[in-house]
Design a protein around this ligand. Sequence first.
Ligand code: FNR
Length: 361
Amino acid sequence: MAGEPVNVNEFQELAREALPKMYYDYYAGGAEDQYTLKDNVEAFKRITIRPRILVDVSRIDMSTTVLGYNISAPIMIAPTGLHKLAHPEGEAATARAAAASKTIMILSTGSSCTMEEVASSCNTVRFFQLYVYKRRDLAAALVHRAEKNGYKALVLTVDVPRLGRREADIKNKMIAPRSKNLEGLLSIEVDSNSGSNLEAFCKATMDASLCWKDVEWLRSITNMPILIKGILTREDAIKAAEIGVAGIIVSNHGARQLDYSPATITVLEEVVHAVGGKIPVLFDGGVRRGTDVFKALALGAEAVLIGRPVVFGLAAKGEHGVKRVIQMLKDELELAMALSGCPSVKDITRSHVRTERERLL
Ligand code: FNR
């Protein structure tokens, strides 16, 4: 690509050029027909913004808080696995970029730097994303290590009882290195001759029996607040609010799990209404523009997480690339706020957007 990238999508092109096909496909791909993968992005385009005029927007304040932690803008780093496939410095570089951007990073269980390495590489607020394995002692050990290493919240991912069928990984016979966090804790040989070794590993290790009562168990072993990641319906949102978790994340795992699950932006409002302000609702899936962040906030999200854009930035330009990706989204959000008459995040309201359904009425 000629010249410096001017938007987040151009970082995806740079990542495609920089990475071996197997790794690019791992990051970029979704499940099966990838219908939801496309729709996560496309659904944002069906929402328009209703700008208000003659508002003093000479100063724009994007800062906000999540679980009481101040961040410079409502844009956080989603948990994504194996950053060393994108760049040799892996999650340590991502964490430094998060710190420089004054935002929160959620570290994946499946990271290629240990949670201790990440903790010592920066002093940003970090949350830890947890996968629960059949061996519950592993989950407990990870939780205790996270707490000891200063992670401020636990993000329980609930949409992976089994791994979604990612056909590119199967075709490529994707060889994913094991998570560094599990080193010395879990040694298991999996037969992956038929395809992706990640799929085989997940089948052998993930606890598909995980259910609501296990959230209670998790609460009994940690003082960290728990966020549930992977909620897409009002029914589950109500349950989560009832059992009193600290928050939820509307997410379809970046369309890597159940294909034909809804684009996340189309169900955000349903979830927000269901929880009725009892707990904060965060959001991820398909955020590629500052206007997407604006739309998610207007529909009730407290902040958004970004997944692929971060790894594409990392693959293209390391720590600097991640910083640039976050800065681009922040710059675009700031402009969208100015052009819509919203000087601060709390000024962005439901009346600032029109959904597709409303346009058709
Ligand atoms: C993910 N995601 C994810 N989620 C999680 O809870 N634990 C994980 O280890 C991972 N790993 C992971 C790897 C890769 C390569 C991707 C792309 C995604 C899902 C992630 O947290 C988030 O939900 C989506 O990435 C958000 O969608 P976008 O921003 O990628 O469109």
